[in-house]
Write a protein that binds this ligand. Structure first.
Ligand code: CA
Length: 238
């Protein structure tokens, strides 16, 4: 029921945003997925509520497009459960229900927006862009890469739903890497930015801290995000 994440053809144009689509009508889901891919979004698709809820928690998407009427867990229930655990991902409900009361129920359950079926794909794309823009503007201190999130204000780090305790230096190191995703960061840059110009100690300290970070970030066998570029430094990437 869960498809793997696919790269869009022009990734980058949509800020590499990752969209989770939860829709049980397979043909419609496929159509929306292709449209989103061609806009440059990475898309995960779930065809029922429970799979959607699991993916929303584990893959930390930038936005969720959630059909209301789903087998098993309804879209509304998925929405409620996500909000109940503090998940703030923007949610756009897809609904065939056009009555005002239903819309209110959707918003009450924690959805940010809704699109009434049948909708034009352009309308859906416009809503997605608006929510992604809002998200980026309102949270300059919030960094996300794949399922890894770092909040500079609260100094909290999460991998999916799992909170990760970091020491001050581990946090600073991860902060530097996650604010420069996919860029190779040299050992000298890390020493300078994280430890300061006047660092006189053993530069093996970087390897030691990278190892600590990896242990904590991969405690549940999550995939590696911090990669070593031999002879140069490190990079945060898929
Ligand atoms: Ca449906």
């Amino acid at each position: 029921m869960i498809e793997t994440i696919k790269m869009g053809q022009n990734s980058g144009s949509a800020m590499d945003a990752h969209i989770l689509l939860v829709e049980d009508e397979v043909k419609l889901a496929r159509f929306i997925e292709l449209e989103l891919n061609s806009e440059g979004y990475r898309v995960s698709v779930a065809n029922d509520g429970m799979a959607g809820l699991t993916l929303a928690r584990e893959s930390a998407p930038d936005i969720v497009i959630l059909d209301w009427m789903l087998p098993g867990l309804s879209g509304l229930e998925v929405c409620r459960r996500l909000r109940a655990t503090g998940n703030k991902v923007p949610i756009i409900l897809l609904t065939a229900k056009d009555e005002v009361g239903d819309r209110v129920a959707g918003l009450d359950a924690g959805a940010d927006d809704y699109v009434v079926k049948p909708f034009s794909i352009e309308e859906l794309l416009a809503r997605i862009r608006a929510h992604l823009r809002r998200n980026h503007e309102s949270d300059p201190d919030l960094f996300q890469f794949e399922d890894l999130r770092l909040n500079r204000l609260t100094r909290e780090v999460h991998r999916g739903e799992r909170a990760i305790e970091l020491t001050a230096k581990e946090f600073d190191l991860l902060d530097y890497l996650i604010s420069h995703p996919r860029q190779v960061i040299t050992r000298d840059q890390i020493l300078e930015k994280v430890w300061g110009y006047d660092f006189m100690g053993d530069s093996n300290i970087i390897e030691v801290y990278i190892r600590y970070l990896r242990l904590k970030l991969e405690e549940n066998q999550e995939k590696r995000l911090i990669h070593t570029i031999r002879g140069v430094g490190y990079v945060l990437r898929e």
